[in-house]
Design a protein around this ligand. Structure first.
Ligand SMILES: [Zn+2]
Length: 675
């Protein structure tokens, strides 16, 4: 009795030992590599432990070391990938990317390890809890999707095809990044309508010609603002023929390779194979989803189209159609003529420091948590902050904020995992890597509203990682559920940053301290809502293209015909002849047939959002119920069950339709003067 008590006490103390922050040992390259190699060696020992078992397989002698190997490989992966993105020293970053390849090799070897697969397959899980049963079943599915249970000849063939696919994907991606086109403009009046800073950046060259490339900062403002129809038409063709004709063949090869992989593994198509470990389960459900989104959005898409057409008829009274290349320009005209809103008017209310505090306070109040900054923690850059997450006074996670641009740093915004959470063993950790304006002595770091939304979106991933990181196993921790669910919670949280109440709690004019006026927020939201119909129609078209290219036998599928038919079917816009958008549609390589994910998660996000009290988004029992039912289970059950448990039914289109219709909601009270 006494001995048992003492042992339990030792275990408890072990669990309570504070986990050191990621950078506390201030590693140089050599120390970093030593840490990584030690972690990989520990992972290998756990793998060896599984295969060495001679007696009856149990959760303790098989699943426990398997999960430990995953946890170690994850730690090594997260650390190397993070250093590759954020370390200020280029040499360190190079060593880190070398390390990601080494870690990746061990990870792939484990995913294809037949002995480990057989060990897990022979486990009797009938007496364990539901989460453990689900975990084992998911892992076995992933092993089978990799072909681990196939004969040697098939596995050799799969390996060949997978290597080939990696090459084809990287060729496709590289062709796109190398595929810049340029349009030459001889007559400077063609640039009428573009803002002055754009004109300053586009002065004629020695030959008197102005050059506009298909890079986004070049081409998008021109498509949006240039009055010249001729210029926008030429730019659109240049933009929609990037990487053409090169990538036509590369795409056909990728489709063929993927089809062969899928059929070797017993699936009828790549779309079916790729859906097998997702919420959507199979390809018929993708087809069905596309039709349902189309039906739900069509009346709104048409209504918006009529507004754009009326705008076009102001200068072209007999116009009956709108070309794809005109949509951005007409959208901008409608937005300016019908919505009294200038996006620059919001920025003075959004200095970085106030926004950060607002994001933390909003999340703390929504999820009933406390955040406490750790002082004097070393990091790779002095601006990096370290924070503890406390639930009822107990530390349940830690996060880092690396928020401002630096030379050589990853240039977008993301949440990156740092450690998997395991109940009683390892506290989950994650980091936000962003590039928001840094406050200086003379400049408060005023943010764009879109950046504020993206900050809260990424912080939502971080909350999901930490609240979902209290599982018994690393492999079902955090956001390890089906890949087509991961964006839904963060997409939902974006709505909080549109609430006048939430914004007024932190968005204050940096000079006067005035909170952001509710009518300004209302006008901003209204202006932002215009164009949702067109956005959905475009997304539906991309979703259909991504699906149609991968749903059958590649020899029967012509990419040009697919793009033409889907554009005609799902958007009211008229395509320009001679364009080949698929050649530069990057997601055909990474997402392949799963582009539906964006709309799928948007539908779930809006359905979730409907359940909250819209008069006070932070009040009532719903936020805590959401935390318990959707976020805390992590990947311990199917996301289809998370959705059903929260909504009491599967998701439907109603809330999504309401969200789209907001652009036609009655105008708010007319703004006060002086705004
Ligand atoms: Zn996201």
């Amino acid at each position: 009795m006494v001995l048992l008590g003492a042992a339990a006490l030792v275990v408890a103390q072990e669990a309570l030992k504070p986990q050191p922050p990621l950078w506390s040992s201030k590693p140089d390259v050599a120390a970093f590599e030593k840490i990584e190699n030690a972690t990989l060696a520990a992972a290998q020992r756990s793998i060896d432990e599984i295969t060495a078992v001679k007696e009856l397989r149990t959760i303790e002698n098989t699943l426990a070391p398997y999960d430990d190997a995953l946890r170690q490989i994850d730690s090594a992966t997260y650390f190397a990938e993070l250093m590759q993105q954020v370390h200020p020293d280029a040499t360190f970053r190079d060593h880190a990317s070398e390390m990601t390849r080494k870690v990746g090799a061990l990870s792939t070897a484990l995913a294809l390890n037949r002995d480990v697969y057989q060990a897990l397959a022979s486990l009797d899980v009938s007496k364990t809890d539901a989460a453990t049963r689900y975990y084992v079943q998911r892992q076995l599915l992933e092993f089978r999707l990799a072909g681990v249970d196939k004969d040697d000849a098939t596995r050799a063939q799969l390996k060949k095809l997978n290597d080939q696919l990696v090459d084809e994907q990287s060729t496709f991606d590289r062709d796109i990044s190398d595929g810049q086109n340029t349009v030459e403009v001889s007559d400077a009046t063609e640039l009428d309508g573009l803002p002055q800073d754009y004109l300053d950046r586009h002065k004629p060259g020695a030959d008197g010609k102005i050059r506009i490339t298909t890079d986004y900062p070049d081409v998008f403002p021109a498509l949006e603002f240039a009055k010249s129809d001729k210029l926008r038409r030429r730019l659109w063709i240049a933009f929609e023929t990037r990487a053409y004709p090169k990538n036509r063949d590369v795409l056909k090869q990728m489709m063929q390779t993927r089809y062969e992989i899928a059929t070797l593994l017993g699936y009828a198509s790549w779309a079916d194979y790729n859906a097998a470990d997702k919420m959507i389960v199979n390809s018929e459900n993708i087809a069905d989803f596309i039709e349902r989104v189309d039906a739900a959005s069509r009346p709104l898409v048409q209504r918006e189209f009529q507004m754009l057409l009326a705008e076009k008829q102001k200068t072209d009274p007999h116009a009956g159609t709108i070309g794809e290349y005109e949509a951005a320009y007409l959208n901008e005209l409608v937005r300016r003529s019908q919505y009294n809103f200038d996006s620059q008017s919001v920025r003075p209310y959004l200095p970085y420091a106030k926004v950060k505090q607002g994001v933390l306070d909003t999340a703390a109040s929504l999820f009933h948590l406390t955040f406490r900054q750790e002082q004097d923690v070393p990091a790779w850059d002095p601006t990096v902050e370290t924070w503890d997450v406390l639930d009822d006074g107990k530390m349940i996670g830690r996060f880092y904020l690396d928020m401002h641009p630096r030379p050589g740093k990853y240039s977008h915004a993301e949440m990156a995992p740092v450690l998997d959470g395991i109940r009683g063993k390892q506290i989950p950790e994650a980091i936000l890597v962003c590039n928001f304006p840094a406050p200086t002595a003379t400049d408060p770091g005023l943010m764009e509203f879109g950046e504020v939304v993206s900050f809260f979106h990424e912080f939502g991933h971080l909350m999901h990682w930490i609240l979902g990181g209290q599982q018994q196993w690393a492999g079902i921790s955090g956001i390890s559920m089906e890949g087509d669910f991961i964006e839904a919670p963060s997409q939902m949280l974006e709505e909080w940053m549109h609430s006048p109440q939430v914004l007024a709690s932190f968005a204050r004019d940096y000079k006067t301290g005035e909170p952001i006026p509710a009518d300004l927020v209302a006008r901003m939201n209204r202006a932002a809502a215009f164009g949702r119909g067109g956005w959905v129609a475009n997304q539906t078209t991309y979703t259909a293209i991504s699906y149609d290219l991968y749903k059958g036998k590649p020899q029967d599928i012509d990419p040009d015909a697919v793009c033409e038919q889907d554009a005609e079917r799902y958007t009211p816009l008229t395509p320009l002849p001679g364009t080949h958008m698929y050649a530069a549609f990057t997601h055909l390589s990474g997402y392949s047939s799963a582009y539906y994910t964006y709309l799928w998660d948007k539908v779930i996000a809006e359905d979730f959002f409907m359940q909250f009290d819209h008069k006070n988004l932070l009040a009532g029992p719903v936020p805590m119920r959401y935390r318990h039912v959707v976020l805390e289970p992590g990947g311990s059950m199917s996301a289809n069950d998370l959705v059903k448990n929260f909504l009491g039914r599967p998701q439907n289109m109603t809330a999504f339709q309401n969200w789209m219709g907001e652009e036609f909601a009655p105008a708010p009270e007319s703004p006060k003067t002086g705004q």
